[in-house]
Design a protein around this ligand. Structure first.
Ligand SMILES: NC(=O)c1ccc[n+]([C@@H]2O[C@H](COP(=O)([O-])OP(=O)(O)OC[C@H]3O[C@@H](n4cnc5c(N)ncnc54)[C@H](O)[C@@H]3O)[C@@H](O)[C@H]2O)c1
Length: 364
């Protein structure tokens, strides 16, 4: 076997454990270090995963300077994605950074610039990209079966689902619901149609549930969004209507939709549909009649190494490792996710200003 990949983990909180769980199943990867600004936290993390030889640091900078590594996984909270990522890329390391890419668009731009300048992988952790059902929907849309897509709508949302912890602290998470689950919805909707460039956003973000002690135990310190809605104009005549909620008086914000000139795809949302196979429908006209068919998920497929797997989180971590090994481009490229970040950034700006805003993405 070729030498093991040497990986470090920056930020050893909640999600770092999911990354470690995946890494520990790979024979060709060695976790050589962990860094967390909370004293003792990285050591405790590495000990929990029985890695006494891995080095613990209280600063990402120190770990990057001292350890020989191929890459790092950045699992810090959102406002701390850009700093360690840029530092690692400039040190010649490949980076898998958790979602959302960053808090501001400008931070995302700096991350993509650093990846490009150093010719290193910058991949962003949107594991639903590995869902077989999602890939199937993407393939149908990309095959041209529904024609030119002119309207996309996100749905989903939670009736009760404010997560707490650092997710509801603006200095750490930046956004609330938008950065937690909203960015996934944007990725689902826009990746399927090749991420058209967003041009303008008109949006509102609110916090009626998080700030109300009846609905949230930490109401006095809650300072992020728990709901947002946006109207986004994109290049190529695509309109995107975005909705997302951590809490609401409804079982869902409705269906996810792609409307094309030759057909439409609808994903039914709501608790009664989650994890059921009959969620996705394809609408077309055939020989003068309306048709409505079920798109069935294909779960049995070879994920990697010929192994059967449903663990999309492990797949994303594996894909990062394989991309490093094979010299492939980033599996979920920062450059593409910059458009996701631009929409999030636009939603916040528009909501604060109370009017539509232009989206201007600086040259990389
Ligand atoms: N892909 C997923 O399924 C998924 C799930 C949960 C969270 N996330 C993302 O992962 C990120 C972290 O979420 P979490 O729940 O683990 O948060 P967390 O608060 O539990 O952990 C973040 C850790 O980063 C540390 N940290 C902060 N700044 C640092 C820095 N500059 N250098 C080193 N360490 C630093 C903190 O001390 C903390 O231990 C968020 O961006 C979140 O959106 C992704």
């Amino acid at each position: 076997m070729a030498r093991k990949l040497r990986i470090g983990i920056i930020g050893t909180g909640g999600i770092a454990h999911a990354h470690m769980k995946a890494y520990k199943t790979f024979d060709d990867v060695e976790i050589v270090g962990g860094a967390d600004i909370v004293p003792g936290k990285a050591r405790a993390f590495l000990d929990k995963w029985e890695l006494p030889d891995a080095r613990a640091y209280e600063s990402a900078e120190e770990m990057i300077k001292e350890l020989e590594m191929d890459g790092v996984t950045v699992c810090t909270y959102n406002t701390q994605h850009a700093g360690p990522t840029v530092m690692a890329l400039n040190a010649g390391l490949h980076v898998q950074c958790e979602k959302p890419m960053s808090f501001t668009l400008q931070e995302g731009v700096e991350m993509v610039r650093a990846a490009k300048k150093n010719n290193r992988i910058l991949t962003i952790g949107f594991q639903p990209r590995y869902s077989p059902l999602r890939q199937h929907v993407d393939r149908i849309i990309q095959s041209g079966a529904i024609g030119k897509v002119y309207y996309v709508q996100s749905g989903g949302g939670r009736r009760t689902g404010i997560p707490g912890s650092t997710f509801v602290q603006a200095d750490k998470a930046g956004f609330g619901c938008l950065g937690d689950i909203g960015c996934y919805s944007i990725d689902e909707c826009m990746h399927a149609i090749g991420y058209p460039k967003p041009l303008t956003v008109s949006a509102v973000a609110t916090d009626y549930f998080g700030k109300n002690p009846k609905y949230w135990r930490g109401a006095d310190t809650f300072d992020v969004d728990d709901f947002s809605v946006a109207f986004v104009r994109c290049e190529g005549g695509v309109t995107f209507v975005f909705r997302q909620a951590w809490a609401m008086h409804s079982d869902s914000l409705g269906d996810t939709l792609w409307l094309g000139t030759e057909g439409g795809i609808k994903i039914l949302n709501g608790p009664q549909y989650i994890n059921t196979p009959n969620r996705v429908r394809l609408f077309r006209d055939l020989e003068g009649s309306h048709t409505d068919s079920l798109i069935e998920p294909i779960y049995d497929f070879d994920a990697y190494n010929g192994a059967y797997s449903k663990d999309i989180f492990a797949m994303k971590v594996r894909d990062f490792c394989d991309a490093i090994r094979d010299g492939r481009p980033a599996p979920i490229p920062g450059e593409e996710i910059l458009y996701n970040q631009a929409i999030c950034d636009g939603i916040y700006r528009s909501s604060k200003l109370g009017k539509e805003v232009d989206i201007v993405i600086p040259e990389i």
